[in-house]
Design a protein around this ligand. Structure first.
Ligand code: SF4
Ligand code: SF4
Length: 406
């Protein structure tokens, strides 16, 4: 695609990156068919090719309107289009740049700004989010059924192992997950303990930065990333910790991108590269232990696995979770549209509730067709979103491995 970027962005890091991405798109439209928002809305401008064209116009200096912003807001950043694209177009990087420019040009209505501020500053702060969720649980009976569904039930974390092992790994505690589903990380710690690995939480690490990044607070997101690098760096640098384990694939996709996002920060660029290189999704860690997992477990249930977009498209990891579950005797099935987003997409379910619920219900209908009695996923946001629309239990897959090893 030919480009002629406007002066305001030409020869800047964002401009150079956007220019290269735009030029790699041959406008074939293959990506359109696999875009969830195009499938729902049937509008070319709510599909990847149309959004790429909109961003091109914006970067070439065309007027920017609230309509442009709406088409970009409706994108889930699921990156399904990247998996489909035969030309390797890095759509997610382009949409980040496009959204940043549009945000500077279009003033959102007051209520929308307040909503985004509330989501950003509450969900990304572990203690504040924990308090808000606890209050929400108390007030649950007074809320509308739709709001009640959004509040996950209280969960016990179980015991965190106390044994020490020579092999040690960090785990990201994150922001929302400890309050929503504390058993995920403690189940991970128990499983890895049984396999001879000690899991540690760096007290000063927190939100991975994805939430602020996707809400166009790029500088604040970079500060989140620098804080996490500072928290992990000493033990990673001296070799006492060998890896950083991600139990939420959304966080994993972001931390694996620290190297790129901090590439222009002289003080952090090298450390960010090292941190990204040491970051592993939990399924990548467990894959190493498949041969020693017990095969004769009493887990005979049929389980439907929903692979999060941040795992299958963002990190391009496929098949590993299924392989680990099958290794302990779990019958795992995927639903027909397993490549499509469930509508959770980080803060999307809060900011675009109508589209999000349509995608959720479509996904749940396909998952129900599998006949599975349990649903598992690999990202707390997807699990909570799916659970808000079904009585079928939705777990993190490591919780099944924890049961198998118990
Ligand atoms: S992003 Fe890829 S698949 Fe989509 S129109 Fe461009 S080249 Fe074709
Ligand atoms: S990231 Fe997902 S929603 Fe956005 S354009 Fe690509 S396929 Fe569509």
């Amino acid at each position: 695609m030919q480009t002629n970027l406007a002066d305001f962005i030409r020869n800047t890091p964002d401009g150079d990156e956007a220019d290269a991405i735009l030029r790699s798109c041959v406008h074939c439209g293959f990506c359109t068919a696999t875009c969830p928002t195009y499938q729902l809305l049937g509008d070319e401008l709510d599909g990847p090719r149309g959004r790429i064209y909109l961003i091109k116009q914006v970067l070439e200096g065309a007027p920017v309107t609230a309509k442009t912003q709406q088409h970009l807001d409706r994108c889930l950043t699921c990156r399904n289009c990247e998996t489909t694209c035969p030309s390797g177009v890095k759509y997610s990087r382009l949409v980040d740049i496009g959204r940043k420019v549009v945000e500077q040009r279009v003033t959102r209505p007051f209520m929308e700004r307040m909503q985004r501020l509330l989501v950003r500053e509450t969900v990304s702060r572990k203690a504040l989010f924990g308090t808000a969720l606890a209050l929400g649980r108390i007030a649950r009976p007074l809320l509308s059924p739709a709001l009640q569904d959004k509040i996950p039930l209280r969960q016990s974390a179980g015991a965190w192992p106390t044994r020490s092992h020579a092999r040690k790994m960090w785990v990201l505690d994150g922001c929302a997950q400890p309050a929503m589903a504390p058993n995920i990380n403690s189940a991970t710690a128990r499983v890895l303990d049984a396999l001879g690995v000690q899991l540690l939480v760096a007290p000063r690490a927190g939100c991975c930065g994805a939430l602020r990044h996707h809400l166009n607070e790029h500088e604040a997101a970079l500060d989140d990333m620098r804080r996490n690098i500072d928290a992990w760096w000493p033990a990673l640098h001296d070799g006492s910790v060998e890896a950083i384990v991600m139990t939420a694939s959304g966080c994993g996709a972001t931390v694996k991108d620290y190297g790129h996002l901090l590439a222009h920060d002289a003080a952090y660029a090298d450390k960010a590269q090292r941190v990204s290189a040491a970051t592993r999704d939990l399924s990548e860690i467990l894959e190493e232990f498949i041969a020693v997992l017990p095969t004769r477990t009493r887990l005979s249930e049929r389980v439907a696995y929903h692979p999060p977009c941040t795992l299958q498209h963002g990190q391009q990891i496929r098949g590993k979770v299924e392989a680990v579950l099958r290794a302990v005797g779990v019958e795992v099935v995927l639903c027909g549209d397993s490549h499509l987003c469930c509508g959770s997409a980080g803060s999307y379910s809060l900011l675009q509730p109508e589209l999000s619920v349509q995608l959720r219900d479509r996904k749940l209908a396909h998952l129900a067709e599998t006949g599975a009695t349990t649903i598992v996923s690999a990202n707390v946001g997807c699990s909570a979103h799916l659970q808000s629309g079904t009585d079928t239990p939705v777990l993190h897959w490591i919780e099944l491995i924890d049961r198998a090893l118990a």
